[in-house]
Design a protein around this ligand. Structure first.
Ligand code: 13P
Length: 239
């Protein structure tokens, strides 16, 4: 069954969330769709028994980290997933430095990780995609190999240049990159891991993306923000 993750980022206010939940009104499957709203609204989704995750966790379990939220605090509100290493966090919050520690804390607390990896447009043009991803995987996983298994880690391949731009790589390119990630995780870490694609997934391109054979699901940003739009997207995804 494909995994579909809805990353709301810093969008939708309280009333929008209430309306969203009324619109989806139990029409969204509860076993393979995960919502990542702003953490203030995690409980709204949890109360309706949807799968829910956080967009980030702090790199410490508790302590003096003003403005951050610990995995322990998020767990109390019912998250079962967390995104780690989103390019926006890598760019604006210096997350590269903390990814290994965040992965460790999520794994120790039985929270499934959606680990984002992907290249800039410049790196893509220089054919450095695999090199960049390899480095990101090593940085996140090398110190955590003892805790990893085939189900507590999911990789999201998100080319940075495809996020919010309506530009996406060709199917061939996505398929090759997903194969590379799966092969690398198998040979280096002995893991069989699901790989999602993220970056401008929408109702216009989903039929094309669905032709990719090795894709295990999607990490959706903008196209998940409107409930009806997201319902249509889910209907267009074959399991
Ligand atoms: P968009 O779907 O808006 O391009 O965002 C992708 C993303 O960053 C999901 O995490």
């Amino acid at each position: 069954m494909k995994l579909i993750c809805a990353n709301f980022k810093m969008n939708l206010l309280k009333n929008d969330i209430i309306n969203y939940l009324n619109t989806i009104n139990e029409k969204i499957p509860k076993e393979n769709v995960v919502f990542f709203p702003n953490e203030l609204y995690i409980s709204y989704f949890k109360d309706k028994n949807y799968l829910v995750g956080s967009q980030n966790i702090a790199h410490l379990e508790h302590g003096s980290l003003t403005g951050e939220t610990s995995v322990l605090e998020l767990k109390e509100f019912g998250i079962s997933y967390t995104i780690i290493g989103h390019s926006e966090r890598r760019e604006f919050f210096n997350d590269n430095k903390y990814i290994s520690k965040k992965v460790e804390l999520a794994l120790k607390n039985n929270i499934k990780i959606v680990l984002c990896v992907g290249e800039t447009f410049e790196e893509y043009n220089k054919n450095q995609t695999f090199e960049v991803i390899k480095k990101e995987l090593n940085e996140a996983l090398s110190n955590n190999i003892n805790y990893l298994n085939n189900t507590n880690l999911i990789i999201a391949y998100e080319p940075i240049w495809a996020i919010g731009t309506s530009k996406i790589p060709t199917n061939e390119c996505i398929e090759n990159t997903i194969s590379f990630i799966k092969d690398y995780l198998k040979t280096e870490f002995n893991l069989d891991i699901k790989v999602l694609y993220g970056g401008s997934v929408n109702n216009q391109n989903i039929a094309t993306l669905e032709m990719i054979k090795n894709i295990d699901g999607y990490l959706v940003g903008g196209a998940s923000l409107d409930a009806n739009n997201f319902l249509t997207l889910i209907d267009n995804i074959k399991n």
